[in-house]
Design a protein around this ligand. Structure first.
Ligand SMILES: Cc1cc2nc3c(=O)[nH]c(=O)nc-3n(C[C@H](O)[C@H](O)[C@H](O)COP(=O)(O)O)c2cc1C
Length: 283
């Protein structure tokens, strides 16, 4: 299955069958995760798959996750070394694992919370002082039918329109269809990406061969929010940016558009406070 198809198929699956994850699927995921050790912005990450335990449903609520997760058979999680780009790298690499799991017929749901101090951490084998677990992903064979959610997404009721997300040269100018330069599918893959509370905080400004990725922060969410500081919840919107970078790169490459990630802020005038430059895909 190509990345486009996997991205179309993925949805946040919150109800799972009782069927345990097969040894073959577990081995395939573990082998894939073992290859995912360094993110595109240079952070070291290590991933693992842990089996679910009977008290996880309650534990997730206490950890500050939302949405009711029923019957997860396992969790994918990782520890990333703290540093610039750490949360984006975590989102990027774990989304690659999520898409691989989708290809195996598994359902997934990203879950943000205070995992670094949780029972999930001890089942993972602990984390070093300079590592953090920003989010986990629930895993199992889908017990619900995601077709309704996928349809809503495709009809646009659960996603922002392209002219509010993608810009041409400067922030005021929506990117026209004739200016996509073969990146239309990659941009659509960003639009379909999962994000915490579906806030879709990603924006992209194209300048020539450069696709500049920005984070538009939701007020009261993440960095600066006393609530998040108190709970030590990771800055999930930066994880969202990493997920979007993953979707963009996979589909751009599939469309025959190569490039690489650089962190070189072009210094564009920004239309509002709360917008942060993240990284650039240089084609
Ligand atoms: C970083 C991150 C954290 C998330 N945390 C939760 C969560 O705690 N509980 C939950 O039910 N869904 C969570 N989600 C799933 C989003 O709500 C979901 O991706 C979004 O609503 C879009 O729906 P879709 O994934 O079905 O396309 C999270 C997603 C991301 C990317």
């Amino acid at each position: 299955m190509d990345a486009r198809e996997l991205i179309d198929r993925r949805y946040s699956c919150r109800t799972y069958l009782e069927r345990p994850i097969s040894d073959a699927d577990r081995d395939a995921l573990t082998a894939f995760m073992a290859l995912k050790t360094v993110g595109p912005l240079g952070s070291d990450v290590r991933f693992g798959l842990i089996a679910a335990s009977s008290d996880d449903e309650g534990a997730l609520k206490r950890l500050g996750t939302y949405g009711f997760i029923k019957g997860a058979r396992g969790f994918l999680l990782g520890a990333v070394r703290r540093g610039p780009g750490d949360l984006e790298d975590y989102g990027y690499l774990l989304e690659e694992v999520v898409l691989h799991a989708t290809g195996l017929g598994l359902g997934t749901c990203w879950l943000g919370g205070t995992f670094t101090r949780s029972t999930f951490t001890s089942r993972f084998g602990g984390v070093d002082r300079d590592e953090t677990i920003p989010a986990v992903v629930s895993l199992g064979y889908p017990g619900d039918d995601g077709s309704g959610r996928i349809r809503e997404r495709e009809q646009g009721t659960r996603r922002l329109p392209p002219d509010q997300l993608f810009f041409d040269g400067e922030w005021a100018e929506p990117l026209g269809r004739d200016r996509l330069d073969g990146h239309g599918d990659a941009l659509e893959a960003v639009r379909m990406a999962p994000s915490a509370t579906n806030k879709q905080p990603w924006r992209i400004v194209r300048r020539g061969g450069d696709w500049h990725f920005y984070l538009v922060r939701t007020k009261g969410y993440g960095k600066g929010s006393p609530w998040f500081k108190l709970l030590r919840i990771a800055d999930l919107q930066r994880v969202d940016l990493g997920i979007a970078m993953c979707h963009f790169e996979l589909v751009a490459r599939e469309s025959g558009r190569d490039g690489r990630w650089v962190v070189e802020d072009p210094g564009l005038a920004l239309p509002a406070p709360g917008i942060e430059y993240t990284a650039t895909w240089r084609g």
